[in-house]
Write a protein that binds this ligand. Sequence first.
Ligand code: 6GU
Length: 242
Amino acid sequence: MRIDILCLFPEMFVSPFSHSIVKRAEERGLVQVVAHNIRDYTHDRHGTADDYPYGGGAGMVLKPEPVFEAAEHIGQLTGVDNIPVVLLTPQGRPFTQRIAAGLSEYANLMLICGHYEGIDERVAENLATDEISIGDYVLTGGELAAMVVVDSVVRLIPGVLGSDESVTDDSHADGLLEYPQYTRPERYRGWDVPPILLSGNHGEIAAWRRRQSLLRTAARRPDLLEKATLTDKERAWISDNS
Ligand code: 6GU
């Protein structure tokens, strides 16, 4: 997969993608992440990427021309169109594991990071194919949101994670939160690992983990539980135990 990011601060992406799983995926040739500076596609001496909002009001708005021209230039370089072009904006639809999984199936992906008070609406209407927000809070720019999207998408590309880093048990993979995890030592400062995990009984361990997953989701994220696929028995069991 090739991911092109259009933004005002491409340097911000250097460190996050120089470590761990994204780095390993790049080294293995499974993904290529390229950050481009929108300012390189401005035409005036000062590299003006933003301007005052029509109608007045506070802040500056990212101009449409450099964003369209950057996207078109990069589209020509990569020789592909009909790829997802995702605008990162607090006005977007909430990002989820399901959206990450959908994006991970494409060979190419383009991410556009807004900045200042916003981005000219014609970018959202005529260039972006999707608008995504990573949560109900305000960031100073879309770069951090783009990093979140890249990280979550890259780890889902087949071959990126080893078999011992399976994604199927992840929190949210099945719409539920993950069960609690423990490692050695068996007793730490008097706190014991749940004995069932030491029993070697794989059936009972799986059942315990499923129950923990259900209880935890019921307690912390009842909104997720409504949408998750549970058996009638599991739903009854949750009502009895929470
Ligand atoms: Cl995608 N951008 C900005 N600027 N703020 C955000 C966001 C995106 N998602 C949540 N807050």
